[in-house]
Design a protein around this ligand. Structure first.
Ligand code: ZN
Length: 205
C-alpha cells in the first residue's frame, strides 16, 4: 500500500535559489526545523546583515513575530529542495538535482560541502518553537507524523527514479555537520534521536 501514497503538494511562494544543477545527485540530507521561527533567530544567522541591509534603517521586520519556515530560509539565504509539513504536505522548492543551501560546513565519506552533491529535505516540527524548545522536541519520537514518514519515503522513491545510478546515501544533518565536523558545541543535531530511521524505506549501502 505504501507506494500508493501520494502527498498533498503545496506550491512554493518564492525562492532565491538559481537553478544550478549538480553534476550528480548522490543522496539526500535529512533535516529538522521548526514550522515557524521567531524573527529574533535572525540575529544569530549569517543572513542578519543581509536582511538589515535590505531593510535599511527600518525596524528589522514589520511582519509577524513568527516567520514561516520557507520565508525564514529565504531571508537568511538558505534553502532546501523539499519541505515536509507536519500533516505530510510536500512543498517542492527545487528539483532533486538543483543545488540548494541546506548542509553548510559538512563532510561525509569523500564529500565535503554536501550541497554540491546532495539534495536536502526539511522535516518541519509543528508550531512555533524557539531554538531550545526545538532541540528538546526533536529528541522525542512524536515530533514526526505518520504522514511525514510517508511523504519522505515518497520523495526518496522519486529521487531514486530521477537519479538512478548515483542516488545512494540518505543521512541526517548531524552525520555530515555534527560536532565531529564543526567542532565541539558547534555541530548540527537534527534530525536528532527522535527521528526513527526504521520508518525510512532506505538502507545505505
Ligand atoms: Zn539541518
Amino acid at each position: 500500500m505504501n507506494n500508493r501514497f501520494y502527498p498533498n503538494i503545496i506550491p512554493s511562494l518564492h525562492s532565491h535559489v538559481t537553478d544550478k544543477e549538480m553534476k550528480s545527485v548522490n543522496g539526500m540530507v535529512v533535516h529538522a526545523m521548526s514550522e515557524f521561527i521567531h524573527r529574533d533567530a535572525l540575529k544569530y544567522t549569517n543572513g542578519y546583515n543581509k536582511v538589515n541591509k535590505t531593510f535599511k534603517n527600518k525596524p528589522l521586520l514589520e511582519y509577524d513575530e513568527w516567520l514561516d519556515a520557507e520565508y525564514y530560509l529565504h531571508l537568511v539565504g538558505l534553502s532546501a529542495n523539499f519541505l515536509i509539513y507536519p500533516d505530510g504536505s510536500l512543498k517542492i522548492l527545487k528539483k532533486s538535482n538543483v543545488i540548494t543551501y541546506h548542509a553548510g560546513v559538512s563532510k561525509y565519506l569523500n564529500w565535503t560541502n554536501l550541497n554540491d552533491d546532495f539534495c536536502g529535505v526539511e522535516i518541519l516540527i509543528d508550531g512555533k518553537n524557539h531554538y531550545g524548545a526545538f532541540i528538546n522536541r526533536i529528541k522525542n519520537e512524536d515530533w514526526v507524523s505518520e504522514n511525514q514518514y510517508k511523504t519522505l519515503n515518497y520523495i526518496l522513491m522519486m529521487c531514486e527514479k530521477e537519479n538512478p545510478i548515483t542516488f545512494k546515501h540518505v543521512i541526517g544533518h548531524s552525520v555530515c555537520s555534527g560536532d565531529h565536523v564543526r567542532g565541539k558545541g558547534k555541530g548540527k543535531r537534527d534530525p536528532s534521536e527522535g527521528f526513527n530511521w526504521k520508518r525510512v524505506n532506505w538502507t545505505n549501502p
